[in-house]
Ligand binder design. Structure first.
Ligand code: NAD
Length: 356
């Protein structure tokens, strides 16, 4: 039997609650599809600070690098907001992504039929949306030097090398190849030199993928198009800053932050996590939606552990559970037949997995 070694970082707030449900569903998938998951738990975020006085202990980095993949919940909370920036939970997460060199952030935005009314946009606009944003995660303006704040100004640098653009572009085209074969690269090449380079390199790489239809959009237009006609997109490829903004915008097409998974992959490691934060306002109440965490586990199965069958079955189990009208509180306003807590939603998805 195949064994997967997974580093587990539950984190703060609702992190442990939703990750426990993801483990439940992964284990059930293992029973059905013939694999075993061995978890090694590590600390990161506020809980790591409380124990080790650092948000990212060395052991966590080592553990994530040794594992087949990492599954992470969420970090942060008011309790740690008074700390100097470098000791805050959020700094731990940024440092972990950098240490693991997970340069490609993958965020699918899929509208479940059962939840087409959950979006603030009209159902006919969002129904059938199935896109993925591939965002460069460890370069660009968030990391470029020089950066600084002086008495009379502050500055950051948006910097990319051709190599950095090449590797993220390849991830984008590989995804497009396995999907509907359309890739839209988003930049600001009419104003920024760094975007000019981005466009040149992406166009060059596209020659290796003749089956994929490449288009380019400026980021201001793209943010409008995402709201106007999101179904035109299949794979969106973009840089760190633009991707940060556009992926949040895309996620809202689906209705609730509690539904959306993500993965960050590199050459040495992979990190999967729900896009939401630690939700301190609902932590400990047992009402968090575990679907984003459960789908993050499905993405891990698909993109890193290459178990497509089990991954697709989890997506189907989630879809069926929603189709039957089971809802957590955050999505309870949309065609709900029964409201469930976090634990019950995990149980239901595991049960439906048996029936896929
Ligand atoms: P948040 O995502 O934690 O919460 C925003 C809103 O969405 C809240 O009302 C919350 O209750 C709700 N929500 C989030 N996840 C949910 C779920 N699974 N089910 C139901 N409702 C859900 O964002 P925030 O409130 O801005 O941040 C709270 C803390 O989380 C902060 O400390 C922030 O820095 C941190 N944060 C961490 C991450 C991460 O770990 N990747 C990401 C974003 C924010």
């Amino acid at each position: 039997m195949k064994t997967y070694h997974i580093a587990l970082i539950k984190g703060d707030g609702i992190g442990p609650e939703v990750i426990t449900q993801a483990q439940k569903v992964l284990d059930k998938a293992g029973q059905i599809y013939g694999f075993e998951v061995v978890y090694d738990e590590f600390l990161m975020g506020g809980c790591a600070y409380d124990t080790h006085k650092t948000p990212l202990p060395e052991a966590t980095i080592r553990g994530c690098l040794q594992a087949d993949a990492t599954l992470f919940g969420a970090i942060g909370g008011a309790k740690w907001d008074h700390l100097p920036r470098e000791l805050r939970p959020e700094s731990g997460l940024l440092a972990l992504r950098k240490a693991l060199e997970v340069f490609a952030n993958i965020r699918p935005a899929i509208v479940f039929d059962a939840l087409k009314l959950a979006s603030t946009l009209k159902p006919e606009v969002v129904c059938g949306v199935d896109l993925v944003v591939i965002r460069e995660l460890v370069g660009g303006i968030y990391f470029g030097e020089p950066r600084g704040k002086e008495a009379d100004c502050a500055y950051n640098t948006m910097r990319y090398t051709p190599k950095e653009i090449e590797r993220i572009a390849k991830v984008g085209f590989e995804f497009a190849t396995k999907r509907r074969k359309k890739l839209c690269s988003i930049d600001k090449a009419n104003v920024l030199e760094v975007s000019e380079l981005w466009r040149e390199v992406v166009t060059q790489i596209s020659k290796q993928y003749p089956d994929v239809e490449l288009s380019h959009q400026y980021v201001d237009n793209a943010s409008m198009q995402l709201i106007k006609d999101p179904k035109q997109f299949d794979v969106i490829l973009t840089s760190n800053l633009f991707g940060d903004i556009l992926s949040d915008e895309a996620s809202m097409l689906t209705g609730s932050i509690g539904l959306l998974p993500s993965g960050s992959i590199g050459e040495r490691a992979a990190l999967y996590e729900p896009i939401h934060g630690s939700a301190p306002d609902i932590a400990g109440q047992g009402i968090a939606n575990p679907i984003a965490a459960i789908l993050s586990a499905a993405m891990m199965l698909q993109h890193t552990l290459h178990n497509t069958q089990a991954a697709q079955a989890i997506w189907q189990a989630v879809s069926r559970t929603l189709q039957k009208g089971y809802r957590t509180k955050d999505i309870s306003a949309f065609d709900a037949k029964e409201i469930c807590n976090t634990h019950q939603m995990g149980d239901l998805i595991a049960k439906h997995l048996e029936q896929v």
